[in-house]
Ligand binder design. Structure first.
Ligand code: ADP
Ligand code: ZN
Ligand code: ZN
Length: 749
């Protein structure tokens, strides 16, 4: 393609993003011009010179050639913050497939002025001694929320109101009561400041262990020597990762750079936040979903101006417009929330690598259960691997029992709770210790399994489970293989073969039948519909208002509950059977986390994993807390079937209002993709097209969905194939039909 015309956005204020103007590219610039570049152009009737950003380059004009003006020059000087952001948007568009406008909206904060916000803070007004006495009294009376707040105020004397009602789980009513009782005052502040007013650096610094110090030294030595690499820190919860992060951030700030810390929102607990605040004070800011668009914009402005140097937040914090980023940290890097669900469906890990490249920053990934991607790259020496093996917090790893549910059925126990779990639950309830029951239930559970032998109906071609569709037909969502419903287990002949349908609500009912006196809380999609309900439930459980917390994956993350000494995992293999190549990895991570919830405090913990597949490597290695062992088996499977990270995979989704038409479009595009197969390549290396098939949820809002997958080692080549498919779709599809691209999807469709 010849670079003849450029679409240029004049002002990157959000509202005008949708209106690019076209300019001619002068000969002298044709070689060098790139998407994202900042240029000077004549604009408007008076042809005043304005700054603009190139968002697309074309070889044919969209307008009357006579009326197209010419670009004046490339803006002089280094790459500005804005230019870096536009280039990042171009990266997203190119690598993940989306329009430039969508990509820019992802990267740039919505421009909105912030109205004067009223910030409330809570200040302790009791003298230290009085406060300590009151604290003892509250503890004695089991007023745990009050005690929790007093403890924190004794340490920090003044805290932001939303932090208390949010992350600390203390209700507004409790605060009000305490105010009436003369313990504290709620103060209002009418202009915006950093949420926490703490003296910078008043936190005591831990002396790093030898292992921790070695990691810090190594990364800094590379950094100072001009080598900006990617590092993976593998360490169980409590092994001191966060302490390493904080030391590195401090060193990076001392070098005049800024740092970005990504933490999944659900894992961003009060304790973690306060550790960062008390170490970095005003220099740190937090980005989260409760901030309004105006507040987010305000934070970006402060980042640009250098008023803050550290930002903590979920995925989107990656786009904070710092002038000179030195370090990016991604904690819990295996979390699927790092992949965007909206177009562009970028992954924070790879995008962070690009940001780091642009700024000359180091990238540090941390996890107790690294993603296969990260560990694979570490093994390939693309990333540098660090390991922290010891738990520094004390607290012992729980003793784990794996219960075979098939044996329970054989022994005549048809309850959801195994005999072992019942025995331990009775014991804990008697001792007034807390229990967490975790139902592993990801997405829908449309698969079919045998309760007598555990056999799961799988696709003979893809080794993923078949999904039950209306009318009982079983379908593979990778390749479209189909077979009729089964009523008798092909493995053992039992008639107990069906879909698994128990939900958290049934578990709650069964539990109440068994233990009518137990106080039970339930957390799932139904009980967390309102904005604060998630925090409220955790708060109630933390205060000891319940004996048992039942929940889905939401309960296995974040918060520490020191009084929990038993974790029960019901139907551990539900997520194994979701028709998805990542189900083993996901199950291993979930089980490891769930098991790790028990025994965080002084009391030792126990965990019970109930499963139909006690021999499955995801289960056995999670029970043994053995990551390495799990990785070795999982990577073999990925190699054999050419799944990421060994291979790259592109999911192509087609949406159409008419079923036949959608299917035809999918067929045509898949055929086009197949034309890129190079027969001279080794069969094990060749580009592969799988499908098309109806998507797992084949129809939403009367729109039919089809999907096919392309697998190939060479990422760049896949990007080219994607571009060609998009071009083809532009000519084939009507305005109501849509193509959606997803590189190395976290979920399959
Ligand atoms: P992770 O992030 O891996 O879960 P943390 O950094 O939170 O681990 O450390 C776990 C606990 O150990 C924290 O309470 C922390 O304060 C403490 N800790 C970490 N490093 C040290 C150290 N070098 N000396 C003493 N305590 C430490
Ligand atoms: Zn069977
Ligand atoms: Zn299949």
């Amino acid at each position: 393609m010849e670079k003849l015309y450029a679409d240029i956005i004049i002002d990157i204020a959000h509202e005008k993003l949708d209106r690019p103007f076209q300019y001619r590219i002068p000969e002298t610039l044709r070689e060098t011009i790139t998407e994202g570049q900042c240029v000077h152009v004549p604009f408007g009737a008076g042809n005043t010179l304005r700054k603009g950003y190139v968002v697309a380059i074309k070889d044919t004009p969209d307008w009357d050639v006579e009326k197209i003006k010419e670009i004046m020059s490339v803006a002089p000087g280094g790459v500005s913050i804005e230019e870096k952001q536009i280039r990042l948007a171009a990266f997203l568009k190119r690598n993940y497939g989306s329009t430039m406008i969508q990509a820019m909206k992802t990267v740039l904060p919505a421009k909105q002025s912030v109205r004067a916000l009223e910030k409330k803070t809570v200040r302790l007004i009791l003298e230290k001694e009085q406060a300590e006495e009151t604290l003892d009294f509250c503890r004695m009376k089991h007023q745990t929320a009050k005690a929790r707040l007093l403890e924190e105020l004794l340490q920090f004397s003044c805290l932001p109101y939303p932090l208390i009602t949010g992350k600390l789980h203390v209700s507004p009513q409790t605060i009000k009561t305490m105010e009436k009782q003369g313990m504290l005052v709620v103060e209002k502040e009418s202009h915006y400041r950093n949420p926490v007013r703490l003296q910078v650096g008043n936190a005591e610094r831990k002396t790093l262990s030898e292992e921790q110090q070695q990691i810090v030294d190594r990364l800094l030595k590379d950094f100072d020597g001009g080598k900006k690499g990617t590092y993976l820190l593998h360490g169980i919860t409590g092994s001191g990762k966060t302490e390493v992060y904080m030391q590195l951030i401090e060193e990076i700030l001392n070098r005049g750079c800024q740092a970005i810390v990504l933490i999944p929102e659900i894992a961003l607990t009060y304790q973690t936040l306060m550790r960062f605040y008390s170490r970095f004070g005003d220099r740190v800011s937090v980005l989260n979903s409760t901030l309004s668009a105006g507040e987010k914009y305000d934070q970006c402005e402060r980042a640009k101006k250098g008023e803050i140097q550290v930002i903590i937040g979920p995925r989107s914090a990656l786009f904070t417009p710092f002038p000179n980023i030195g370090l990016i940290i991604i904690d819990e890097e295996h979390e699927s929330s790092y992949k965007s669900e909206n177009s562009p469906k970028y992954h924070a890990r790879e995008t962070a690598q690009e940001v780091a490249r642009m700024h000359g920053a180091s990238l540090l990934l941390g996890s107790a259960t690294p993603s296969l991607e990260a560990y694979y790259r570490a093994k390939q020496e693309e990333y540098t691997l660090f390991t922290l093996e010891r738990r520094l917090t004390g607290g012992t790893l729980p003793a784990v029992s794996v219960v075979d549910l098939r044996e329970e059925l054989r022994a005549g126990n048809r309850s959801i709770f195994s005999r072992k779990l019942q025995e331990l639950m009775s014991d804990r309830l008697k001792k007034k210790q807390q229990i967490m029951l975790f139902l592993n239930r990801r997405g829908y559970a449309g698969f079919i399994s045998c309760r007598a032998c555990g056999h799961v109906m799988k696709c003979p071609h893809c080794d993923v489970s078949l999904s039950e569709h209306r009318g009982g037909r079983l379908i593979c969502h990778y390749c479209g293989y189909e077979q009729p419903a089964v009523h008798i287990c092909p493995e053992c002949g039992s008639k107990y073969i069906s879909g698994f349908r128990a939900g958290t609500q049934q578990i709650e009912e069964k539990l109440k039948e068994l233990y009518p006196e137990a106080r039970v809380l339930r957390m799932d999609a139904d009980t967390t519909k309102t904005k604060d309900s998630y925090e409220q439930i955790l708060s109630a459980f933390a205060s000891g208002e319940a004996d048992v917390l039942i929940g889905t994956q939401m309960i296995v993350k974040g918060h520490d509950f020191p009084n929990v000494t038993l974790v029960g995992v019901l139907a551990a293999d539900l997520s194994l059977s979701v028709g998805d190549y990542r189900s083993g990895e996901r199950t291993f991570a979930l089980l490891t986390q769930a098991v790790g919830r028990a025994g965080r405090g002084i009391l030792p913990g126990e965990a019970v994993i109930q499963t139909y597949q006690p021999e499955h490597y995801s289960v056995t290695h999670a029970a043994a807390q053995d990551y390495e062992g799990f990785y070795e088996e999982e990577i073999l499977y990925r190699e054999l079937l050419r799944y990421p990270p060994v291979c790259n995979m592109l999911a192509v989704q087609i949406f159409a209002g008419e079923e036949k038409r959608g299917e035809a479009l999918a067929q045509e595009l898949a055929a086009l993709a197949k034309s890129f197969i190079d027969m001279s390549e080794d069969q094990q290396k060749r580009l592969m097209v799988i499908g098309p098939a109806p998507a797992a949820i084949g129809k939403i809002h009367d729109i039919f969905r089809f999907v096919f997958y392309i697998k190939y080692e060479k990422y760049d080549r896949l990007v080219e194939v994607k571009d060609i498919l998009e071009e083809k779709a532009a000519t084939l599809f009507s305005s109501s039909e849509m193509l959606q691209i997803d590189f190395n999807p976290v979920n399959t469709f």
